[in-house]
Design a protein around this ligand. Sequence first.
Ligand code: NDP
Ligand code: X2W
Length: 345
Amino acid sequence: MNIGIIGATGYGGVELYRILANHRYVENIHLYTSSAEKKSYIDEYPHLSHIKENELKPLEPDQIKEENDVVFLATPSGISASLTPELLDDQLKIIDLSGDLRLKNSDDYEKWYKKAPAPEMLLQEAVYGLTELYREDIKNAKILANPGCYPTATLLGLAPLVREKIVKENSIIVDAKSGVSGAGRNASLATSFVEIQDNFKIYKVHQHQHIPEIEQELHKWDEKVGFISFSTHLVPMTRGIMATMYIELLEEWNTSKLVDLYESFYKHSPFVRVRTNGTFPSTKEVYGSNYCDIGLAFDQRTSRLTVVSVIDNLMKGAAGQAVQNFNIMSGFQENEGLNFLPVYP
Ligand SMILES: NC(=O)C1=CN([C@@H]2O[C@H](COP(=O)(O)OP(=O)(O)OC[C@H]3O[C@@H](n4cnc5c(N)ncnc54)[C@H](OP(=O)(O)O)[C@@H]3O)[C@@H](O)[C@H]2O)C=CC1
Ligand SMILES: CC(=O)N[C@@H](CCC(=O)OP(=O)(O)O)C(=O)O
């Protein structure tokens, strides 16, 4: 297949390249840039100095449609909303890694992203690509909205409970942490070495754009779940997300019954690994892989459940899940090209 990556010079884009370069069914990868100055991928990424097709092409929608079967957009929010309409074509499938097509309610997008939303028709057509929950819809998707990194970790950690409708209203608290690559490659003061290293910061308190995305999905599964409390922190590490979640349940449960529920929920999901031995995962245990690892324990003293979900933000949180969805949309095995073990240590 012929694949295009728009935003190839960013961290999500180069992670897509890393996966797709080894994908059995990918013949050509075309790399696009919006910048007139950037010409060669090797100049951007010397660790790819062996590659022959390293030209960075200009963003010309007609050419992109002509030379690709599938195009990935790894662009900042606000780009896909205006670019995707120009790429629409019967022959081209579109996978958007940004937040532009995830929220069905355009007022929510305007409120939380503070940008103009995508056309209504696109929002309605785009399939939300949380793979483990929506495989049947993804099979037929032509436009796919790949989930955000925090929503992926959070929703996979909550889905078995919320689908079972056993969560007490307004009781979910999500305390999430991310490595700095989650903020993208652009230089900024907030992510500079001296600001980050040896530090631990909370940010976007009550304002994170992933709050409406998480609630949108939770409400599809159980509208009685209410609102969530959600906070995000920057951790001085390159990759990784840990979402620690505290939940009150409607009935009395114990850890072993809950682990059974999770195991059964994810029994056909090769990338979700549920801890059955009482341990909790750390971010390094999924580093560089498409796994989401989940640990949980019910606290009989407080009657509260603690769930910990970890992913690599660039893999299951972005490019890995995007390729998992590409596989399903193309009729390939879900794990094609994704069988990386985590890099450890
Ligand atoms: N980093 C992460 O862990 C995750 C990121 N995402 C989302 O994926 C998307 C990409 O993120 P990430 O790779 O980290 O971001 P980066 O900032 O690293 O890369 C974004 C790329 O987009 C391109 N770009 C910038 N402006 C434009 C424009 N006007 N038109 C077209 N292309 C443009 C740039 O490439 P060039 O200048 O060459 O055009 C840039 O390299 C974002 O929407 C992000 O929110 C989602 C989940 C996780
Ligand atoms: C560490 C860090 O800064 N992470 C980013 C994740 C951004 C992202 O992925 O944004 P969309 O999914 O909305 O496109 C943040 O918290 O905003």
